[in-house]
Design a protein. Structure first.
Length: 349
């Protein structure tokens, strides 16, 4: 299949490009598009064949459900029920934006889209091009991240093309995304709302709206024996080609430990990488030292994490040591993705 590549350049021709992409989606095709979190791989959410195509293009297991993207918040009522009004309260506060709500689904949503579940995940993204595309496609676009299963979520259209060229109908290039990590997912179907995946909208922010909000036990604890509520969470997530370890402890001790670990690995002839911060990067002498940004700027760290992981793959690094980052606020999402990439391999110093 030839994949069309269209750049959204802010000109008057963008509307035409988006309409064309909408027609492709309506006809059952697949289009990758920018959102404020990461690039999504869209298909018509109400067409079972589109869902099957998404799973095939990503190489994703078909019991890993898709998030449905809408472009007007009231449209949630066509596909989901909100028995306790909690979705409305959260939508008022955080939509459009990087928050996904899990609710009981309505009949109209095919189980192919929900991976066989009777619940559905819904999000109203804030990215203007995403909103226009969803409207052009008829209002309901199922979209997982636009990476091949097992690779980091793409933060630029070039990374989408690396994974998806020849496998989908079209890529809409809207430049680099803003946030760089996937949306927060909150399950509203249990007695207490539960965060299934942390993201830019934090537990603290949700608690202000709803009072008590739990966090799924599998999020930061690799050894949890709990059965994950989001089926996607049971699958091994992205792991870099090099062996990644997260080093935890007092800041100075962590830096010294990483220096020693790199020296030992180099002595064995291995190519070494370090995930550092602006504050510490100059301290290291590895083959490839990458800063995720300043520790004072969690948004910057979130923004660069997936790009850095892809770069280590491209450079053929054998071992990677990462500093750890705080677990509060957005730090929870950053550590969740980092620990998953490391297969929860932690070195405590
Ligand atoms: P991605 O599309 O790659 O951002 O992944 C979507 C995530 O949403 C996966 O981890 C899914 O397991 C989760 N998800 C989607 N629908 C549901 C649902 N109905 N219940 C729980 N989790 C869901
Ligand atoms: Mg994904």
């Amino acid at each position: 299949m030839k994949t069309l590549y269209e750049v959204l350049d802010g000109s008057s021709r963008d509307e035409e490009r988006i309409q064309r992409a909408g027609e492709i989606l309506k006809a059952g095709g697949l289009v990758a598009f920018p959102t404020e979190t990461v690039y999504g791989l869209g298909g018509d959410a109400l067409n079972p064949a589109s869902a099957r195509r998404i799973y095939a293009a990503k190489g994703r297991p078909s019991d890993n459900p898709l998030i449905i993207h809408i472009c007007r918040w009231e449209d949630i009522y066509a596909i989901a029920v909100d028995p306790r009004g909690m979705a409305k309260r959260l939508a008022d506060a955080f939509w459009p934006g990087p928050l996904t709500l899990v609710l009981p689904k309505k009949e109209i949503v095919p189980i192919e889209t929900t991976g066989g579940l009777s619940t559905v995940a819904v999000r109203f993204p804030s990215h203007p091009a995403a909103q226009r595309l969803i409207a052009a496609a008829g209002g309901y676009v199922a979209a997982p991240s636009a990476n091949a299963s097992g690779r980091p979520s793409p933060t630029t259209a070039r990374y989408v093309a690396e994974d998806m060229d020849g496998r989908i109908d079209m890529i809409l290039d809207g430049g680099a995304v803003g946030i760089g990590l996937e949306s927060t997912i909150v399950d509203l179907t249990s007695e207490e709302p539960v965060i299934l995946r942390p993201g830019y909208v934090t537990q603290e922010m949700l608690m202000e709206m709803l009072g008590s909000v739990g966090v799924d036990g599998t999020i930061l604890d690799g050894k949890s024996v709990q059965r994950p509520k989001a089926p996607g969470m049971k699958y091994r997530h992205y792991a870099p080609l090099g062996e990644l370890s997260v080093v935890e402890g007092d800041a100075v001790a962590v830096q010294e430990a990483i220096v020693r670990l790199c020296e030992a690995a180099e002595a064995e002839g291995k190519k070494t990488g370090v995930i550092a911060s602006d504050e510490s990067a100059a301290f290291y002498r590895a083959d490839s030292v990458k800063s995720v940004g300043s520790r004072r700027d969690e948004a910057a760290i979130a923004h660069s994490l997936y790009r850095i992981l892809r770069e280590f793959d491209d450079e053929g690094v054998d071992v990677i040591y990462s500093e750890s980052f705080g677990c509060r606020g957005m730090g929870q999402a950053i550590m969740n993705r980092l620990l998953k990439a490391a297969g929860h391999h932690i070195i405590n110093v």
